[in-house]
Design a binder for this molecule. Structure first.
Ligand SMILES: Nc1nc2c(ncn2[C@@H]2O[C@H](COP(=O)(O)OP(=O)(O)OP(=O)(O)O)[C@@H](O)[C@H]2O)c(=O)[nH]1
Ligand SMILES: [Mg+2]
Length: 440
């Protein structure tokens, strides 16, 4: 769902990464593009405007960390702001311990209320509680039956009384639950095409009759900004306790998900991600932010690296690197390790900050092979102490490896630059990267 936005943001950050030190103008230009990307993803324009303002203020005031790519620093700020935009921490549902705990489900027609009712019942049962679903939609002819099918499918009791009003049905259901050891009562209310006075009055009546512990509004993520407006209206009238974003598995642009919390002030508690009763997830702002920014790649990279590199060896190497003691022999070892991990370019792309660190250093596989040939023409002594390599040694190494002296010079230059860079990184302790991580 967030693919387009991810791509756009990624290209903005890639361009920033090539900039070296960030100026206020660079940041401003980038933020204009971020705003555009958000608007294209159907994010509410005020939300987009405030978001960009706040990122910009933080980015401009940032001290530039030498070991980290400035572009990466901006990504971090955007990530943190996205998490905040989505509500900061994961908002939990009221626990099921009030015998009975009552969840009221409301929302527009077709938003996914009945489906959610079933999902919540299954969720409760998996917590070893006794749920019961209540059909409080008396208007759509097949609504009661639909909920019955859902209830039977997951094997939970279904409650309904013919000929009563929805507030009466809900009150009776709660009474029934109390005497039948039901822990969780879930009220499936009626939907309307649009918010109208009648619907709101009915929902308000149910609310005052049974005083639910949760009033969950189902907002259909596929409807974009409409979902935001609906949520806002419901929240104003009913004091909703949580929003459930439904159909997040669809291909909508994501604007509803990104705007709803900010516009309504109401936490997003759950994500409905499919039609099956088990397709329900807690809403984790940090995970969604990471997904939008494509930071999952970094995790993948680390996992890959951990699979193929012996951790102890990696830790030793990191130590060496940061003390600037690594030499061409280590370099050769690292190349061999890298070969196990797949195409070099893919790997380098996944490392935050690597774009700038490797600027001017070639990452082409062919160049790598040439480097290996040159290093192999060095004596052990030269590999261990590259500073020994003077003019005549350079000529010998060049001839031995079938390269020009220029190529040898270039490799030495890159090697010393890398050594210096790693030394600086070592001083900063590489805060952003995981332990044992090897920057080759
Ligand atoms: N892909 C997907 N489909 C969903 C999701 N939630 C609900 N649906 C589908 O959306 C349609 C409407 O869902 P319902 O649960 O009946 O919606 P409702 O709000 O109860 O509808 P009314 O009772 O008519 O107001 C059904 O076809 C569901 O299968 C979801 O998270 N993902
Ligand atoms: Mg329904």
């Amino acid at each position: 769902m967030f693919d387009n936005l991810s791509e756009k943001l990624d290209s903005v950050f890639k361009r920033l990464s090539g900039k070296g030190i960030l100026s206020e103008k660079n940041i401003k230009d980038a933020m204009r593009e971020v705003r555009q990307a958000l608007l294209e993803a159907d994010v509410n324009y005020k939300v987009a405007r405030d978001f960009v303002k706040s990122v910009q203020a933080k980015a401009v005031g940032q001290e530039v960390l030498r070991s980290i790519d400035p572009g990466q620093q901006v990504v971090k700020i955007v990530h943190d702001e996205l998490v905040a935009l989505l509500g900061g921490t994961t908002a939990e549902l009221t626990p099921i311990d009030r015998s009975p705990t009552i969840y009221m489900v409301c929302g527009l027609q077709g938003s996914g209320k009945t489906t959610l009712t079933g999902k919540l019942a299954l969720w409760g049962r998996r917590k070893n509680k006794k749920p019961m679903v209540v059909a409080a939609d008396i208007y759509r002819p097949a609504a009661v039956k639909q909920l019955k099918v859902v209830a039977d499918q997951i094997d939970v009791p279904h409650f309904h009384i013919e000929g009563k009003t929805p507030p009466e049905i809900c009150a009776a259901a709660v009474k029934h639950a109390k005497t039948n050891f039901i822990d969780l009562v879930i009220l499936d209310t009626a939907g309307r095409l649009h918010i109208d006075q009648e619907l709101m009055e009915e929902l308000t009546q149910i609310k005052s009759q049974v005083q639910p512990h949760e009033i969950l509004l189902v907002a259909d993520a596929m409807t974009g900004q409409d979902a935001v407006n609906v949520a806002d209206e419901f929240h104003k009238r009913l004091d909703v306790t949580g929003v459930v974003l439904s159909k997040l598995d669809g291909d909508a642009r994501g604007g509803a998900a990104l705007s709803i919390r900010q516009v309504t002030g109401c936490p997003i508690k759950l994500a409905s991600v499919g039609e099956k009763p088990s397709d329900l997830e807690p809403f984790h702002p940090d995970r969604l932010a990471s997904r939008i920014l494509g930071m999952g790649d970094v995790v993948t990279l680390v996992e890959k690296a951990q699979e193929s590199i012996d951790e102890e060896q990696a830790a030793k190497m990191q130590d060496k690197i940061f003390k600037a003691q690594f030499n061409f022999e280590d370099f050769l070892d690292q190349m061999a390790q890298l070969k196990k991990m797949g195409p070099l370019e893919n790997l380098l792309q996944m490392i935050p900050g690597m774009g700038k660190a490797l600027k001017g250093m070639t990452v082409d596989e062919k160049d790598m092979e040439r480097m290996v040939a040159i290093i192999k023409s060095m004596t052990i002594e030269e590999r261990r102490r590259p500073q020994l390599i003077d003019g005549s040694r350079k000529r010998r190494i060049a001839a031995g490896s079938g390269n020009s002296v220029q190529a040898v010079n270039q490799l030495l230059k890159q090697f010393f630059a890398m050594q210096k860079m790693f030394n600086q990184m070592g001083k900063k302790k590489m805060k952003g990267l995981p332990p044992g991580f090897n920057p080759f």
